[in-house]
Design a protein around this ligand. Structure first.
Ligand code: FAD
Length: 477
């Protein structure tokens, strides 16, 4: 029997009547999606303009999926302030959207005497940042993490660090914005920006839009968008690559908490963490590069971090690998986020959201909403949670009951990740449907498991032929 979605065409990419908007948000990464939510629920007329064929195709495509507390962020930074707001907001709303929150805690582990001496300082800094932590000794650490190398000497315990689903969360923010009237256009690169009286004219590859306020949330291209609008960026994006190894599900239980290293100036270092999808993640690295699009994995680097991982967790040796991946952080020459509000010209810059954007995004959304009220006039408070419409996100993590467990479910089409046919069909329909093969994977986990799509390629070709074909073209380009 033919699938109900087999003949489905991609959804139209432009709204029927491309009218004037209060706010045009450039970029549908996690930051743009969260800003759309904060503005949409306050009743602003919002359009999100994304150049890729789906959301989350830039920096937000791959990260460690940690919900940071900000315990180690610089005191007084915007990053710390917005992580705290973002984290608290996620904790308050995640259950309404059916988004997971796995309370693993994090342990900042000392591996030598010098690092051991630093633990009290890390704890004092966390305390000053308003994050509750404690220092634990070797015996307590062994009880908490029995598989960790016996060279581990002690740790700072950060109980509120957690792991989340890095893809369903931003999609949920965007869907909530859309329930409150926001619009999304994908495959629509912004190519020109000009201010005419009190409006911005936004030229794109698919026509023009008009907006009273523009939010630049273009991530790895944030400085280019500033220049396109005739502005002095004040920052230069310097992509910083992070490479990861994903271990198979048998390795998941080898750690309980997120295992962090005592950080350096440059990076928080390679970490080990469970994922909400039931794997174990090792990474990320930190390498600067000029290329803003491609993030290649390098065998020598992956071997080095696997050796580091095995030194921390000897039982990692011999564990099989599901996948490797790399992603780019939109780093700049500045340590802090670049957040600027230009009231006179109706412009918000949200740049350089480098390493913590998943955690801070809901906080950044609130920052943008406050500036928007000031710039556009007529302060708009966020409605009470009970008065809002909430999307219920499909449960793709192992932390929530998955459809494959339910009686009367549709056939399983991905046997590594236990994805059912109806989940795939649903991801191809509705608001913000999957626009790329990667987007379909991020919405359902199809082809994300041990066989990396070998077993489900037939089902994918049947259910999403347009995405499979487009994926082949992309790969060939
Ligand atoms: C290796 C790594 C690990 C990380 N780990 C964590 C973590 O554990 N916890 C955490 O909180 N954060 C983490 N982060 C950080 C987080 O992923 C980023 O801060 C976040 O993804 C940045 O999102 P963004 O929306 O600013 O940028 P992006 O995701 O890059 O979004 C910008 C969007 O703008 C679009 N765009 C660009 N130019 C145009 C144009 N001309 N027209 C239209 N659209 C355009 C792009 O296509 C893109 O979709 C990590 C990041 C990396 C890379």
């Amino acid at each position: 029997m033919p699938s109900p979605v087999a003949s489905q065409q991609p959804a139209p990419r432009l709204p029927a009547n491309a009218a004037a908007y209060d706010v045009a948000i450039i970029g549908a990464g996690v930051v743009g999606c969260a800003i759309a939510r904060s503005l949409g629920i306050r009743g602003w007329k919002v359009i999100v303009i994304e150049k890729a064929e789906d959301i989350l195709e830039g920096a937000s495509k791959g990260n460690s999926a940690l919900l940071h507390t900000g315990f180690d962020e610089p005191a007084g930074s915007m990053e710390l302030k917005l992580i705290k707001v973002g984290c608290a907001t996620y904790r308050r709303i995640h259950w309404r959207m059916n988004l997971p929150l796995v309370e693993t805690a994090a342990l900042v582990v000392a591996w030598d005497e010098e690092q051991l001496q630093k633990l009290d300082g890390i704890a004092a800094h966390a305390d000053a940042n308003g994050v509750s932590v404690s220092v634990i000794g070797q015996a307590a650490l062994r009880r908490r993490e029995p598989f960790l190398s016996h060279k581990a000497l002690g740790a700072v315990d950060v109980p509120e660090e957690a792991i989340i689903d890095p893809w369903s969360a931003p999609l949920g923010y965007l869907r909530q914005a859309m329930m409150h009237g926001a619009e999304l256009v994908t495959g629509t690169a912004v190519t020109g920006l000009s201010r005419q009286k009190d409006m911005w004219r936004v030229d794109t590859r698919r026509g023009q839009f008009a907006a009273r306020l523009v939010v630049n949330a273009a991530g790895l291209f944030g400085d280019r968008i500033e220049t396109l609008a005739g502005r002095l960026p004040g920052f230069t994006i310097k992509p910083r690559k992070g490479q990861f190894v994903v271990f198979d599900k048998p390795a998941h239980d080898l750690v309980n908490a997120i295992i962090l290293r005592v950080p350096t100036e440059r990076t928080k270092g390679v970490l080990l963490t469970r994922t909400v999808f039931g794997n174990l993640l090792l990474g990320p690295t930190a390498e600067d590069q000029d290329d803003r699009i491609h993030a290649a994995c390098e065998e020598a680097v992956l071997r080095r971090i696997m050796a580091e991982g095995e030194a921390m967790l000897p039982a990692l040796a011999g564990q099989t690998i599901t996948a490797t991946f790399a992603a780019l952080r939109p780093a700049t020459e500045h340590r802090d986020y670049v957040l600027k509000a230009d009231a006179e010209n109706g412009w918000l810059t949200v740049g350089g959201i480098r390493s913590t954007g998943l955690s801070a995004s809901l906080g950044i959304g609130e920052w943008a909403a406050e500036r928007c009220s000031i710039i556009l006039g007529g302060a708009r408070a966020a409605p009470l949670d009970d008065d809002l419409d909430w999307p219920r996100m499909p449960p793709i993590s192992e932390a929530l009951p998955r459809p494959y467990r339910q009686a009367g479910r549709s056939p399983i089409v991905c046997h590594c990740e236990w994805v059912t046919e109806n989940e795939v069909s649903a991801a191809l329909a509705g608001p913000a449907p999957a626009g790329t093969l990667g987007g379909l994977k991020r919405r359902t986990r199809i082809a994300m498991g041990r066989c990396q799509g070998f077993g489900c390629s037939g089902a994918l070709a049947r259910l999403a032929p347009h995405l499979v074909e487009a994926g082949k073209t992309d790969a060939a380009a």
